[in-house]
Write a protein that binds this ligand. Structure first.
Ligand code: SF4
Length: 371
């Protein structure tokens, strides 16, 4: 019987993001691992491999498709209330023990993570996104950088159809992959998991490429929001949070920072769940660093004002939320504060008409074939 690796190896094509080296080795630069791969071997992500001097990359399938509220990605400054048509492939370049998407991200490493691919064409995904009345199409669920060629194929179709495009990513990028993505991507969420390189190495990565990605995305004018999942005993010390938020403020105080509660997941069920008080403490550290937009997530109703968007100048409440639900929308058509006129950074609609999250969404699976 074919293994999942065999099944996925049939769903590949020659990649764009690599250099050919001597003796048929290849150098992949789709992520910060920068793998140099001999013939017949896999990259660290286990989904890109060297076939006789060509780097084969994932193509033609989805590991999951779902319609989510854009607030769930989370993007709080991008068309509030919009529907984000979300797709992923399989595999990841990191192996975080607390991954919430481990069924898709760790499908190649963990035999318990069973996630068969759905064969699909970019046009079918985009057609379905339009049918669902999505505003944006997002590559998520696995690490999208390692499947960038496929995401760009979908994003080209999406742009032609008038959709926005985005990545929900760990940020372990390279300058060259960001250059490749830039013409086709509008918004990007980076998980800033820690500010300690030793912690990143436990997860299978390094801190520096993530910091470089954040700076570069900001310079490229890709709309950027950051998330830190606050894990008790792992990344929640005052000192680490101070260094982390000082860094973000040094790039721009206008980058929204979401600090979210750890619920216990996958292999990391040991630490106790993050409390609302811990989220408030982290938010206070971010505020002292000068950040204008700090959001506490994953515990709706327990963190008060930290779910809402305020004007940084006059403190007017601009968007009031409960979890993903928008309770009140108070921005001007140009995305300004109605009380003092301060322009709020983001990608805003001229008006807030409805929140698409109020409907039960199902992707149009009839457009695809399950393997
Ligand atoms: S995507 Fe990253 S982990 Fe995978 S082969 Fe390329 S450089 Fe290596």
């Amino acid at each position: 019987m074919a293994t999942l690796s065999d099944v996925l190896a049939d769903r590949t094509r020659d990649g764009d993001l690599y250099d050919r080296l001597d003796a048929k080795w290849v150098h992949c630069y789709a992520c910060g691992h920068n793998c140099k791969i001999p013939p017949g071997a896999l990259g660290v992500c286990k989904v890109r491999f060297n076939d006789d001097g060509r780097l084969m990359v994932p193509w033609g399938y989805a590991g999951g498709v779902q319609c989510d509220p854009i607030e769930k990605k989370p993007f709080f400054h991008v068309h509030p209330g919009a529907l984000a048509y979300s797709f992923g492939m399989l595999g990841c370049d990191l192996h975080c023990g607390y991954c919430q998407n481990w069924v898709t991200s760790q499908a190649l490493r963990d035999p318990q993570a069973v996630a068969p691919p759905l064969d699909v064409k970019p046009e079918a995904l985009v057609r379905d996104a339009l049918r669902q009345r999505a505003k944006i199409i997002v590559s998520t669920y696995n690490e999208p950088l390692i499947t960038s060629e496929w995401a760009v194929a979908i994003f080209k179709e999406a742009r032609d159809a008038g959709l926005m495009t985005g990545f929900v990513s760990n940020g372990n990028a390279t300058p060259r992959v960001l250059e490749y993505l830039r013409p086709w991507i509008d918004v990007y969420k980076v998980d800033l998991k820690s500010f300690d390189d030793r912690h990143y190495r436990e997860l299978g990565g390094r801190l520096q490429p993530i910091l470089d990605t954040i700076r570069r995305l900001h310079d490229l004018d890709v709309w950027l929001e950051l998330v830190t999942l606050l894990i008790p005993g792992f990344n929640d010390s005052d000192d680490e949070l101070k260094r982390l938020t000082d860094f973000v403020a040094g790039v721009s105080v206008e980058i929204p920072w979401h600090v979210t509660a750890f619920p216990g997941d996958y292999k990391m069920t040991e630490p106790s769940n993050t409390t609302p008080a811990a989220l408030r403490r982290a938010a206070a550290i971010g505020k002292a660093a000068g950040l204008h937009y700090i959001y506490a997530g994953n515990i709706p109703g327990a963190v008060g004002e930290l779910e809402h968007t305020h004007c940084p100048h006059c403190r007017e409440v601009l968007i009031e939320r409960y979890g993903y639900l928008i309770r009140r929308y108070n921005l001007t058509p140009s995305g300004g504060c109605p009380a003092c006129g301060t322009q709020i950074p983001g990608r805003w609609s001229a008006e807030f008409s409805e929140q698409r999250t109020a409907f039960p969404f199902r992707p149009g699976l009839r457009l695809m074939e399950r393997y």
